[in-house]
Every structure is written in structure tokens, then in C-alpha cells.
Design a protein around this ligand. Sequence first.
Ligand code: C2O
Ligand code: CU
Ligand code: CU
Length: 442
Amino acid sequence: LHSADGRLQVKLSAARGRVRVAGRDADVFSYNGSLPGPTLFLRPGDRLNVALENRLTGPTNLHVHGLHVSPEGNGDNPLVAVDPGTSFDYEYRLPAHHPPGVYWYHPHRHGSVADQIFGGLYGAIIVRDPQPIPVSRERVLVISDISLTGDGSIAAVSAMEKMMGREGNLILVNGQPNPALAARPGDRERWRIINACTARYLKLRLDGQSLQLLGLDSGRYQEPRNVEEVLLAPGNRADLLVTAAKGAAALRTLPADRGSMGFMMGGSNGGGPSLPGPDGTVLATFTVNGAPTATLGPVPAQPAPRDLRAVPVTAHRELVFAMGMGMGGGTGSGMMSFSINGRPFDPARVDTTVPAGAVEEWTLRNTSPMDHPMHLHVWPMQIIDQAGQPVETPIWQDVVNIPARSSVRVRIAFDDFTGKTVYHCHILDHEDSGMMGLIEAR
Ligand code: C2O
Ligand code: CU
Ligand code: CU
């Protein structure tokens, strides 16, 4: 669905019902009966109106992940509850300077985010480039995972999966396992890839083809970077150029080690998510043949992002991500508690207050034996250093992985908007169990 004359008006109906998945009828959640929901194409400066209809049996709401829009009122407000049988009209106004890129939408009702996304509620948002990049074809690849029972309904989550973050036994690309993608030799394709998995990290490879990364999340490199592999934590996106070479290639995800609870469970590997074999899992098959295509013009250089390393910082803060046994406070995960700075999420408590317009430096510290992908709404972050190692070219990102027992420093510019929103772990079982905080800019 494309915006016209500066606006896009869509209706999204969240419901449970029959959808064809992997060649059979599955009984899953979806927006408008399709998996993923419709892709929304916008331009900087546009207004997006979404009428969200809730035909589920529990409350839901909508979040536009990564968009730089107001969190207040009927904007990107994560505290809204849309009850079953009711509708809510969202309005998002993208500033004229909104970065182009790959974004997505999904529910954000605390306590049921993992269940609803795992069950099928997600869709892509593309903010178009003011200056188009010449390509033969654009694809949007929404990668998700789900577990289905024998009769095609969504598998229930176990206590262990809630603690580790659930990983589905089916990985889907645009709602289907292993779709066939075709191109001609010499084609330059642009792949917009979204990791919509609830907890799974994707370590993507497409061996035999040449890959160039334009950017991640809302960030862009000035020149595309040659890469062999792209690591996406849950919630991250990649904007990738694929220059097609004759032959057949498999888009695969390789095993990504995101830590385990082994030491707490008393075993050497207890509690870790099951890893695929070393060759990983095939997500899609890319077949290139036919007559070679004409070469396209060069990719225009992208504007350098504002470099927050060069900006005076007005405050330093530390956020400590922790998991503990039996300390109480956590919900829904048995004995395990999930917290940021020692406290599980409470929608009635503001954890962090920042002055509008401030540039802050945050140290994100992870004291647990598992990685936590930290996500902040509304304002993107620049990674300054990881485990003490400075980052060469920081770009804007909205999901930043904090490796187990390690730390990451980021800088954030609280520009343009005031209001309350959240930061949280994007392993959504952790978020639902309390690993989230409320922030207010004012
Ligand atoms: Cu993708 Cu707070 O979410
Ligand atoms: Cu988000
Ligand atoms: Cu986490």
C-alpha cells in the first residue's frame, strides 16, 4: 500500500483465522488475513493513519517499530490498550527529515507481545529514498518463526521457552518456508530484510552471490559495504544489495550463539535454544539464470549521519539488564525475574526522565549469561563502543545487541518529540516478563 499526496490511510484488522502456511491450513493470528500484514510504503513527511480493529480475544495495540514519530496521544503510544471488539485510530506524522529505510509494525500490549507476534502479527513499513537507488528489483523479506501443532494451531509456549525466548520450529519468509526467488545474471536486487522473530537471531548468508550492505535499521553507510554475512538480532533490519551471479544459492541462517542459562540450570548446555547444524537452515532459494542484464548506474553516496561522538553529552546513564532466580517481581516465567536497573516494568512508574533536545550517553550493561537486544522507541541510537572497543562508523540503530556479561555504549539525541515511551529487550518473552522501562522526554 503506497502513500499518495502525502498520506496513507489503512485499516488493519487483527484476527485469528485460517491462513495457508507451509502447504496446509493453519489457525494463526494475522492482520487482514495475510502473513505478514500488508507492506506500507511511505515517504519522509507523510502522514500515516491506521484504523486498528481488534478481533482477537485479548487486548492488543500497534507499534511502528523504528519510526521517528511522536509517542503521545494516538501516535506511537505503547501504553494504549485496544480491547477486543473495539477499534483505535492511530495517526503518525513523519517529519520531513525522517530517515528513509526499513521499519515494521507489530503489537505492543505488555504481557502478550510475544504471543501475538509469534502467532503472526507483523508487517513491513518502507520509507522511500528521496533519491532512488538504481536496482533491477526490490524485495521485502519479512522473516518470522512460529511453531504449529499437528492440527495447525499455534503451539503453546513452555516455561523454558519463556525464559530463553521462544524460537519456532518453522522459519518463514513472507509467511512461507523456503520460497523460490528468481533473477537474471547481473541483476542488482535490493532486499529489505526484517527479523520479525520473537527471539531468534538471524545470521544470514547467501553464498555465491555478492552482497553489499546499505545499512541497518534506520542507519545508512555512506558507501555500501561488501559483506558475507549479516547478523540481525530480533527487531533489527538490513537494507541489502544483491548482485546476482548465475547459479542457485540458498539464503541460510547459521547458528548464532546468544548464550544460555547453562550455569543456572546446572548443566553445561542446559536451557540453550536448540541450534541448527553448522550449515544452518535454508530460508529461501535464489535461482539466477537467463540472459545477463545491462549494468545499472552507480549507487549514489548517502549523506553522512550526524556524528554524536562529536557532540557534547548532557548526561551519562547506565542501564543494567539482569536475570535472576526467585527474586520475585517478574511475571509469567516461573522463578526467573527479568529487570532493568533492578526493577521489572511498571507502567505507572517513569524510570528515566530526559530533557527534550538532550544528547545522552548510555552504558548498557548485561550481567546475565544471555544476550539481550536492547530497543528504544522513537529515538535511534549510535553505538560508540562495544565491550570497550570503539566503533569505526556509527550509524543510527534502534535495536542494539548487548552480549552476555558485556556492555555497549550508545549515544542518543532526544530530538523533535516529547512524551512517554519505552525501552526494552526485544527478546519479546523477556519484555513481557518485565525487561522494559518507561522513559519520558520533556
Ligand atoms: Cu519492535 Cu518496542 O518494539
Ligand atoms: Cu519498537
Ligand atoms: Cu532479553
